[in-house]
Write a protein that binds this ligand. Sequence first.
Ligand code: NAP
Ligand code: ZN
Ligand code: ZN
Length: 355
Amino acid sequence: MYNAKAYATLTPASRLAPFDLQRRDPGAHDVQIQILYCGICHTDVHIARNEWQGTTYPCVPGHEIVGRVVKAGVHVTKFQEGDLVGVGCMVDSCRACENCREDLEQFCVNGPTFTYNSSDKHNGGITYGGYSDSVVVDEAFVLRVPKHLNLSASAPLLCAGITTYSPLRHYRVGPGQKVGVVGLGGLGHMGVKIAKALGARVVVFTTSANKVEDALRLGADEVVISRNEAEMKQHLNSFHFILDTVAARHDINAYLVLLKRDGTLTQVGLPAEPLAVQVGSLIFGRRNFSGSLIGGIKETQEMLDFCGEHNLTSDVELIPIQQINEAYERLLKSDVKYRFVIDIASLGTPAAVRA
Ligand code: NAP
Ligand code: ZN
Ligand code: ZN
């Protein structure tokens, strides 16, 4: 075991604060990663504040991790010291169930081991995430980050990127289709970039009038202020696919009726409260309402390679970790352009170790 620095919260209502933890020494199949950047996902806020229930404290969030391999176990084949790598929402799974064998570890029937707030089979207790200067992960759950991409702007691909890429691919979004993205936050802005790169016509739905110009710059063909009913009505029965990234309670029926016959609305935003569905909106038009959870490891690598080819990264606000509590408050006000990323050097790791 060795010591690592981190930021943790100790109760649902506390501020995140410095916290020391112990990581395992890398085993034969593990890599030890010096974390350089970690994105702040809205899920971090939900879990740090126990909004979905089931949070164990102390809680060290963070699942958009990029960094450098500093040690590789003797049986590690994919990585070597010095490689730039990423870790997303999962660090392990049973690898034997039907879903794991189909490269869908996120749906592991025995429960994937999430990067934080999951049982830690190595150390006991729970897993601790990327608001930390170091992590040890089995190489099977470590990703290659394209070298030419800006590293801090690549961190959000590990969750926001794969969470939007996976449903867009699953529902075969492409040229000739009209695709909606609801909510222009961390997930939403990656959804716009990826749907556009896949060749779709993209319409952004936002509650924030001040994001219209940005949405167009990010690649949207059109922007709708979702609180404006008349604007919404112009799009009735016209979408092949809509991706909903909203983290709070909202009227889902206003979007279901915008789908064409047989169209699909996929929910990736996960509000703490239930959403009320007007079943009629589904029946008339044989429309589909579905959900999607991140993506498997194989698909996450495919997404990173796709982003490498298309030069896609996140628009980020880089912050020192000392500003994390203010960043959470701004996230709750939809005030981020468009993903906060923590510069882990601010944790104060000695420069000699960082080099
Ligand atoms: P975010 O950056 O806060 O973005 C959410 C966006 O939703 C906001 O920017 C805002 O966009 C819109 N919004 C917020 N409150 C709203 C309200 N009351 N009514 C309508 N729109 C509202 O969050 P994120 O990191 O993208 O995460 C979004 C959600 O996805 C969270 O619930 C998170 O837990 C979940 N998530 C799910 C998965 C998965 O695998 N399914 C993975 C990661 C995250 P506008 O200002 O444009 O309206
Ligand atoms: Zn996330
Ligand atoms: Zn499994």
